[in-house]
Design a protein around this ligand. Structure first.
Ligand SMILES: Cc1cc2nc3c(=O)[nH]c(=O)nc-3n(C[C@H](O)[C@H](O)[C@H](O)COP(=O)(O)OP(=O)(O)OC[C@H]3O[C@@H](n4cnc5c(N)ncnc54)[C@H](O)[C@@H]3O)c2cc1C
Length: 382
């Protein structure tokens, strides 16, 4: 039985506790799905999650506008990740892909949100380029104003949902100023002329991922999100909301690894007794539980702080993401060790967790970048 004691922490309200329980029951019935056709599985997951209402918190409800509830996003990601990494991915991308519209979109642009929240349209966030991932302010995608239109040319890479999305939020260089101050954000529908999938990318934990080419893609001026030149700020504001949720997904993977290890230690006999009686095994379990609880505290502190109205949670979110993803990697590695040969057997749950966790330490700001962010926040405040 997974540990639920964290739900009694003061960070939560009763609606969060109910959500955790109801979603867990939904997951037990509906997950995991078959991942063999990863595009098909993702489409199915978005449709199912949307149909049953779980995507509602991913974006603003234009009929009842209010801020995104980060605790809800985190609990949902943690719960989905515990059951199926691809389900977590499908959920997360509906939020990340539309975050710029929720935070900065016009009412007309926000009309997309009814569809993404219902699972009827898939969204994607196109920021990274082949020569600028961590160094995103250095992006090269050119955007030129031409009469009433903007024309986008260049490439985006590592785009989650690339190839299956209906809607891309794309960041490009409009050139109001050098570097970060010359970037703008646009909505680009998947059927825009000149937008193509240059390459599908395969990674160790498969999900839809692509390098996209933009060959003079023309969008109307109404596709601009916010003002010209504020795209970098838009991207950072979106990441500020969603960064703690990456930690929450890692926490879900880590909790599953811990649960599987506790079960294994109780069931497996070694040297005539349950493995759980070996003190070195107990030491591993204690380390894993400690890391899980510490990660949860950092994540839900960051989420609660944002929900209480903090304008930015840069330090809290960076700490939550860094600690939760790095520690989940260690927790899962211990789980693999405790499972012996089964731990590296293809298709075993801890083997898949081992593959699922790795990318979380790279995307939405690599662990090294989070350290730089934290250090700047700490030293800046001194
Ligand atoms: C599975 C997956 C999904 C992704 N999904 C998306 C998506 O949907 N949309 C999108 O726009 N992008 C996405 N990305 C891209 C992701 O954000 C980038 O891969 C990430 O920002 C790192 O950029 P890079 O790969 O170019 O590595 P680089 O920028 O070349 O960095 C390589 C390494 O250098 C180190 N490093 C970088 N900067 C510093 C620093 N300041 N100090 C110390 N060390 C540093 C880190 O160890 C880093 O991992 C995804 C990536 C992956 C792997």
């Amino acid at each position: 039985m997974p540990d639920r004691s964290f739900l009694s922490w003061p960070f939560f309200e009763d609606r969060h506790r109910q959500l955790a329980e109801q979603l867990d029951a939904w997951c037990a019935k509906n997950l995991p799905v078959d991942h063999h056709d990863v595009d098909g599985a993702c489409r199915e997951l978005v449709a199912k999650l949307g149909r049953d209402g779980w995507l509602q918190p991913t974006a603003l409800d234009p009929d009842e506008p209010g801020p995104l509830d980060v605790r809800t996003l985190c609990i949902t990601r943690e719960t989905l990740a515990r059951h199926d990494g691809l389900a977590d991915f499908a959920f997360a991308m509906q939020g990340l892909g539309t975050g710029a519209l929720t935070l900065f979109g016009t009412p007309d642009q926000q009309r997309w949100l009814a569809k993404t929240r219902a699972g009827q349209a898939i969204s994607a966030f196109a920021l990274s380029e082949p020569r600028s991932g961590s160094d995103v302010a250095n992006m090269e995608m050119s955007v030129v104003r031409d009469g009433d239109d903007y024309v986008l040319s260049g490439e985006k890479t590592w785009i989650s949902n690339g190839g299956i999305a209906d809607l891309y939020v794309v960041f490009g260089r409009t050139g109001e100023a050098p570097g970060a101050k010359g970037i703008s954000a646009f909505i680009v529908p998947a059927d825009a002329k000149g937008l193509g999938v240059a390459e599908r990318l395969e990674v160790i934990a498969p999900h839809p991922l692509a390098r996209l080419s933009f060959d003079n893609v023309r969008v109307p001026a109404s596709a601009l999100i916010g003002k010209p030149g504020v795209g970098f700020r838009i991207a950072m504001s979106v990441l500020d909301v969603f960064r703690s949720t990456v930690g929450a997904a890692a926490l879900g993977f880590a909790r599953r690894a811990l649960d599987e290890s506790v079960k294994r230690a109780a069931e497996r006999k070694l040297f005539g007794a349950p493995m759980a009686e070996l003190q070195m095994v107990q030491g591993h379990i204690a380390d894993m539980a400690l890391d899980v609880d510490a990660a949860a505290l950092l994540i839900y502190r960051a989420a609660w702080t944002k929900d209480m109205g903090a304008a930015r949670v840069t330090r809290e979110a960076a700490m939550a993401k860094l600690f939760a993803t790095d520690k989940a990697q260690e927790v899962i590695d211990k789980a693999v060790q405790l499972h012996g040969g089964d731990g590296v057997r293809k298709g075993h749950i801890v083997e898949s967790l081992y593959r699922e966790i790795r990318a979380l330490r790279i995307y939405e700001g690599a662990s090294d970048v989070q350290k730089v962010v934290i250090a700047r926040q700490v030293m800046g405040a001194a």
